[in-house]
Ligand binder design. Structure first.
Ligand code: NAD
Length: 515
């Protein structure tokens, strides 16, 4: 009880300090839907928003206009953030009863829910994703994930083992320490919460680095974290580029890294983490297959395949970007997917509630996608739909479908991370499983058939961390999420994430001979 009173006093004094400093570390912004608010732009360390020596701009990809200048961390600020997290870990967080950690997570979930419209609007402005998606998918998922792990916080148990009557052993699942969390730009807030919530529930403290392309929503969350009453230093949020991520991974007081992003960065993080031998969770890219058998419900398969690759402008790690269709229904499926895409993929500004497809995140990303499209055309792939940039401001492009592709083409093998899908035909299960597995990635796959025995047999044979039967991109916070092969290892979500943020200690008790 004394601890809790002191804790509240600490929070009050921190809030006062923050109010004193917040003028220079926030920007007054007005969103396209008329919401005016104060956007934090500082580094969030020890529950304070702080300035640093450098700033970088963040842009709206739909207009290419600058939204705000955000303070960037340097190695010095990374050090401050890690020290703050280490002090909070040692002083209070790890020893706080799980129920109290859960209550704080639950309080944060309520604040996120109360701020759903604002957070969704910030997310859409900073990333270009349709507001309808932010409001109905990303932010509600954040609320659900926070509540799910709030429930886990006081249910993290070990085991008991009794090898002999005289000997008793038990295990404890203990937090690892300070976790460095690094996220990409495609689902900035949601992927941050996927990491923060289980890490905190398990008793770790964290330093989270957002992507330089989309730092705003997570900085707004920082203010809510303070409001929820988390002890200073428990959650620290820093903005900056890959170099800052590197500094974080290399810091000697980091005990674990959880990274979501590209394979190239994942490999470099794993090499860096080898120096200090810290555990790493890697959620990397994908080139997921969707397999459509002739007995599938074709309209449902078309609907899911469209959502599976065209949602979020194709910027989805699990995107089912390679569609294999049984030869007898190939042309019919292709015709249906083309007309469904033409009808459903309404391109527009993120705040237009009819928009399905907003802009790509950046010019660089759009240019990279166009490069893949041009190469595919020069290699003889058949352009069924789309394929062009949309003139004007903003990084917009048409949803694109190719057929007549060869398995060796770059467009079939490499992650494009845009609204581009290839269709090819197959004859039988043996052939399609071999082709679906012939990629370096292994994130996800989808199987469409009305034969459940076939579906489950194919699901078992696919080299992928997640398989959907008669759906696509259907993740759920209660079900672990993660890949095989170069798509990474370790999992997010579900009970598995708790395992990834704890270490097991085994205690041997010699009971002696007392009877
Ligand atoms: P990225 O690898 O370029 O960057 C991801 C994050 O890592 C950013 O915050 C970046 O600043 C940081 N970073 C860059 N270089 C670093 C380094 N050397 N050390 C430490 N941190 C570094 O990826 P991106 O372009 O932001 O995101 C797109 C990629 O993310 C795609 O490949 C996509 O498939 C993948 N992704 C995977 C999942 C998943 O759950 N498997 C989810 C979303 C996105």
């Amino acid at each position: 009880m004394i601890f809790r009173l002191q804790f509240r006093e600490n929070i009050r004094s921190v809030v006062n300090r923050v109010q004193h400093r917040c003028k220079c570390t926030s920007a007054r912004l007005v969103l396209p839907n008329g919401i005016a608010y104060d956007q934090p732009v500082g580094l969030f360390v020890d529950n304070e928003f702080r300035e640093s020596q450098t700033k970088f701009p963040t842009f709206c990809p739909a207009t290419t206009q600058e939204i705000a200048q955000v303070f960037s961390a340097s190695a010095v600020e990374v050090d401050h953030a890690v020290h703050a997290a280490r002090s909070a870990f040692t002083a209070e967080w790890a020893s706080l009863p799980g129920t109290e950690r859960g209550q704080l997570l639950y309080r944060l979930s309520n604040l996120v829910e109360q701020n759903l419209e604002l957070l969704g609007s910030i997310e859409s402005w900073d990333t270009g994703k349709p507001l309808t998606a932010s409001l109905t998918e990303d932010i509600p998922e954040c609320v659900n994930v926070l509540r799910y792990y709030a429930g886990w916080a006081d249910k993290i148990y070990g085991n008991t083992i009794q090898p002999f009557p005289e000997k008793f052993a038990y295990s404890l699942r203990q937090p690892i320490g300070v976790c460095g969390l690094i996220v990409p730009w495609n689902y900035p807030l949601m992927l941050s919460i996927w990491k923060l919530a289980p890490a905190l529930a398990a008793g770790n403290t964290v330093v989270l680095k957002s992507s330089e392309h989309s730092p705003l929503s997570i900085l707004y969350l920082a203010g809510l974290i303070k409001q929820a009453g988390f002890p200073p230093g428990t959650i620290n949020i820093i903005s900056g580029d890959g170099l800052i991520g590197k500094n974080l991974v290399q810091h000697s007081e980091i005990s674990k890294i959880s990274f979501t992003g590209s394979v190239v960065t994942g490999k470099s993080i794993m090499k860096l983490a080898a120096d200090s031998l810290i555990p790493v969770t890697l959620e990397l890219g994908g080139k997921s297959a969707a397999i459509i058998y002739a007995d599938a419900d074709l309209d449902q398969a078309v609907k899911w395949c469209h959502a599976g690759i065209m949602s979020n402008m194709g910027q989805i790690c699990t995107g089912t970007s390679r569609i294999f269709v049984q030869e007898t229904i190939h042309d019919e499926f292709m015709g249906k997917l083309k007309s469904y895409t033409a009808q459903k993929s309404k391109i527009g500004m993120p705040f237009d509630l009819n928009t399905f497809q907003g802009p790509q995140i950046s010019k660089q990303q759009l240019d990279s996608i166009m490069g893949y499209i041009n190469t595919a055309l020069s290699e003889g792939a058949n352009l069924v739909h789309g394929g062009k940039k949309i003139p004007g401001k903003g990084h917009f492009m048409e949803p694109t479908i190719f057929s007549n592709v060869k398995d060796k083409m770059a467009i079939v093998n490499e992650e494009i991370f845009g609204p581009v899908v290839t269709i090819s035909s197959f004859t039988d299960s043996r052939e399609v499983i071999r082709r679906a597995n012939s990629t370096a990635y292994g994130l996800a796959a989808a199987v469409f058939t009305s034969d459940i025995s076939r579906a489950m047999t194919v699901a078992r044979r696919l080299d992928a961390g997640m398989v959907w039967i008669n759906s696509s991109n259907d993740s759920d916070f209660r079900v672990p999420f993660g890949g095989f092969k170069q798509s990474g290892f370790g999992k997010e979500l579900g009970d598995y994430a708790i395992k990834c943020y704890t270490q097991e200690k085994n205690v041997h008790v010699n009971l002696g001979t007392i009877l």
